[in-house]
Structures are given as structure tokens and as C-alpha cells.
Design a protein around this ligand. Structure first.
Ligand code: SF4
Length: 433
């Protein structure tokens, strides 16, 4: 398929696809799905090999948020039966972090509900970050505390934070449909503050909230313009007690196309498979490893993931390896900050030999690699994963999810897989790692 050959070529050169090309990925048929995965997988392997970075979530403060994000079980007015607790003590957070690190996590993500931290909260989080770093040698710490105000990103960096997460979640055009208590621009502002403070920016999206293909492409292009180092792709977990509880819009095939599109638009970025993978990809999760180079280990903030051990087995069975603490997650040009601004949303990124033209790679090598990019061997490799998977989901779902709104569950929607977290932080039970 010419489209895929073009997208691989651009991905290997870190060039921005056109909006039409990104939309075309989302519009591919199930018959073409393995070719799409193989092509995006070629780009993934170019920048990240077969490594999978593991990240471990710790919900420091759960529930009772004054904001109204419709997808969130911790929102104002949520009746979801989630754990609710106030700040974990630094020692308890560090103990949770230790469990994640022992399970193979390279990064610990400390998250707190709320619009944004007070300066006192930043003091508290700083002590937590210091405790985690002291007791877990070499671990990366990413904070996720909401909207940041003046000086807070700098203070978190001084405390030892490596990264900060703040997702854009959805397109600017639909942001007001999802949340009314803050704006898309507020979120962009925080990501920009994070980058300006020298923290590694992590910002991603949530798919499955009733958005159109154009919305998905818009938010991924907005992310590329902000140029975070990592892009978590969440698939909505429609929790009972939230306004989006009936939004069952995703199929495994749809999820794979979204991940492939994200990889083509953000080729050298840590694309992370985040919340909802168990619920929506189900037995197709191993195929997603050909597209993403990072996942969360174990449980999420308010819902349970599959067993941490199953995550590790899945990675090994699919022929990937857990990324060690001594291996740089990002390609050298990105890790040392020499990649320059990437992506303008207007197709200028990488269009010549400019800042995004591949400082660490030669054009010849890219061209040779393109020739083999969608080769039969790669497709066969991906097909083997499908055969090894539990079978039942492959190619049986509807070709496309509804563009907007939910008019009924797509075939195979699995409400029974949504499980509220009842272990780990905020409980007396061991965490899932
Ligand atoms: S996403 Fe964050 S800000 Fe929004 S309701 Fe949930 S905890 Fe609050």
C-alpha cells in the first residue's frame, strides 16, 4: 500500500505525515490491519528496538476532585465506587514505588487528583519524590498533579522529578464537551511550563469518548506540536457513576489503528499504551507492543489492570524485552535535547534537512530501511502474534467505531472487565506489580 510505504519513510525520517495520511490510517479496513501494524512496527523498532519501558502508577490522593472531567471517576459528582483517600505519606509512597521497581518498572508516576497543587502540596510531593529517589536507586519519577502555576515546575525539578505528565486528552474543538472547569489552553500552558522548566514532558490523549477521527488526528497533531517526550494513549474505561459510562465505542481493531496513527505522527517519542488496554484490546494486547514502546505495569489510578506478572509474560511471549534502568529510553537526539522543535501541524517538520531531519541517522540508511519496511517477513512476524493470541477477537469486530456518541455497544464490548481498584495504595493489600 503506497500510504504505508510513505508513512514508514516519513517515520524513519521523523517527518510529520499530512492530516489526510493520518486520517487514512484510521480509515483502513480490517483486511489491511496487519499491514498497518507491520508498517508502524517498523517505525517503532527503528527508534526503540524491541524494548518495552514499564511505568508504575501510584495514586497519592484519590477522589473528591473539584474539576468535572467527564471521563474521570474522581471528578466532581462522580458516584463511582472508587477508593477515596487523602495524601499518602512519603514512606508509604516510596514503599509502593519499591514494589513497582521490583516488578521491572523504570519510571514511577506519582499522581494526585485535583485542579492543581498548592505550594504546600508541592512541598509535600517534593518530600515524596526525595523519599522515592533515596530508596529506589536510579528510578525515574514523573509527577502528575494537574495545572501548574508559576515556579511549581521548577520546584518539582529541584526536588528530583524527572518528568511531569499533563494530558491534552482530546481535541481543542471538543474539549469543552468533556470538561468545563478548565480549558484546552490551560492544559497546553502547563505542558509548556513543564518543558520550560527542563522537565521531560509527558502528555497524551484518551480515545473512545465519542470523538471523530478528525478529533483524534487533531489532538495527536497538537501533541506533536508541543513535542512531549512521552505520549500516553488511554482508551476510555467507561466507569459506572461517570457521565461517559455508556461510551463503549472501541474495538481492538480501532485501538490498534489509533496507536498506529499516533506512532506515525510521533515516530521517535515514547508512545505509551495506558489505561483501558485490557478492557478494549483484550487478547490483541500483544499486537499493540509492535506500536508502543512503553506500558503501565499493573493497576491504574482507580481501576485494576491485569496482573503484573501477566504483563511481563505478555512482553516475553511477544518477543520483546523489558527496558533496563541502564538503557536510555529515548533515542539519543531526543535524550540530549538536540532534536529541536518538532512538528508545526502545518507539515513543516522534517520536510527538509532541518532540525527534525534525523541528526542521528543518515538518509541512506533510512532509504534502505524503507525498502524492507513492509516486507513479508515483518507481516508474518505480526501474524504469528495474532495466531498466538487467544484468537477470538481477531478480525471479528466491526470495521469502524461509531464516529460520535454511543448508540449501543459494539460487538464484544466487555463491561465485565472494568474492575475498580481495591488493592495497593490506599488499602492494606499488596499492590499489583
Ligand atoms: S482528570 Fe484530574 S482534574 Fe479532571 S476530574 Fe479527574 S482528578 Fe480531577
Amino acid at each position: 500500500m503506497d500510504l504505508l510505504k510513505t508513512l514508514v519513510e516519513k517515520g524513519l525520517r521523523r517527518e510529520l505525515p499530512t492530516r489526510d495520511e493520518a486520517l487514512a490510517v484510521l480509515a483502513t479496513s480490517d483486511d489491511d490491519l496487519l499491514d498497518v501494524v507491520a508498517a508502524a512496527g517498523r517505525v517503532r523498532r527503528e527508534w526503540f528496538g524491541r524494548r518495552v519501558k514499564l511505568n508504575y502508577l501510584i495514586n497519592l490522593k484519590s477522589g473528591l476532585c473539584p474539576e468535572d472531567c467527564s471521563y474521570c471517576s474522581q471528578r466532581l459528582g462522580s458516584t463511582a465506587d472508587i477508593l477515596k483517600y487523602t495524601w499518602l505519606k512519603p514512606e508509604e509512597a516510596s514503599r509502593m514505588a519499591g514494589a513497582g521497581v521490583a516488578g521491572g518498572a523504570k519510571r514511577v508516576c506519582v499522581v494526585a487528583s485535583g485542579r492543581g497543587p498548592t505550594d504546600r502540596d508541592v512541598d509535600r510531593i517534593s518530600r515524596t519524590i526525595e523519599a522515592i529517589k533515596e530508596q529506589n536507586d536510579g528510578v525515574e519519577v514523573c509527577a502528575c498533579l494537574g495545572l501548574l502555576s508559576d515556579g511549581q515546575a521548577e520546584r518539582l525539578r529541584s526536588a528530583g522529578a524527572d518528568a511531569y505528565n499533563h494530558n491534552l486528552n482530546t481535541s481543542e474543538a471538543t474539549y469543552g464537551d468533556i470538561t468545563t472547569t478548565h480549558t484546552f489552553a490551560d492544559r497546553v500552558d502547563t505542558v509548556q511550563r513543564v518543558r520550560a522548566a527542563g522537565l521531560s514532558a509527558c502528555s497524551g490523549l484518551i480515545a473512545g469518548m465519542g470523538e471523530s477521527d478528525a478529533d483524534l488526528v487533531d489532538v495527536v497533531f497538537s501533541l506533536r506540536e508541543l513535542d512531549p517526550d512521552s505520549v500516553p494513549v488511554n482508551f476510555l474505561i467507561p466507569m459506572e457513576g461517570t457521565p461517559l459510562a455508556s461510551e463503549w465505542n472501541l474495538t481492538p481493531q480501532r485501538c490498534l489503528r489509533i496507536l498506529a496513527m499516533t506512532r506515525f505522527v510521533c515516530p521517535d517519542v515514547e508512545v505509551r499504551l495506558a489505561g483501558g488496554r485490557e478492557v478494549h484490546l483484550r487478547t490483541m494486547q500483544p499486537l499493540a507492543l509492535h506500536l508502543v514502546n512503553s506500558i503501565f505495569l499493573g493497576d491504574y489510578l482507580t481501576s485494576e489492570g491485569q496482573e503484573g506478572r501477566a504483563d511481563l509474560e505478555m512482553i516475553a511471549d511477544a518477543g520483546f524485552e523489558v527496558e533496563g534502568a541502564d538503557t536510555a529510553a529515548l533515542p539519543p537526539h531526543r535524550a540530549d535535547g538536540r532534536h529541536g522543535p518538532c512538528g508545526s501541524g502545518a507539515g513543516s517538520c522534517g520536510s527538509g534537512a532541518g532540525a527534525c531531519g534525523g541528526a542521528e541517522r543518515t538518509g541512506d540508511r533510512a532509504d534502505e530501511a524503507v525498502e524492507a519496511a513492509v516486507a513479508e517477513a515483518t507481516v508474518a512476524e505480526v501474524a504469528a502474534v495474532v495466531a498466538a493470541a487467544d484468537g477470538s477477537g481477531a478480525g471479528t469486530g466491526p470495521a469502524e467505531a461509531p464516529a460520535t456518541g454511543a448508540t449501543g455497544d459494539p460487538a464484544g464490548a466487555r463491561r465485565d472487565l472494568v474492575a475498580v481498584r481495591r488493592r495497593g495504595a490506599g488499602t492494606g493489600l499488596a499492590p499489583n506489580a
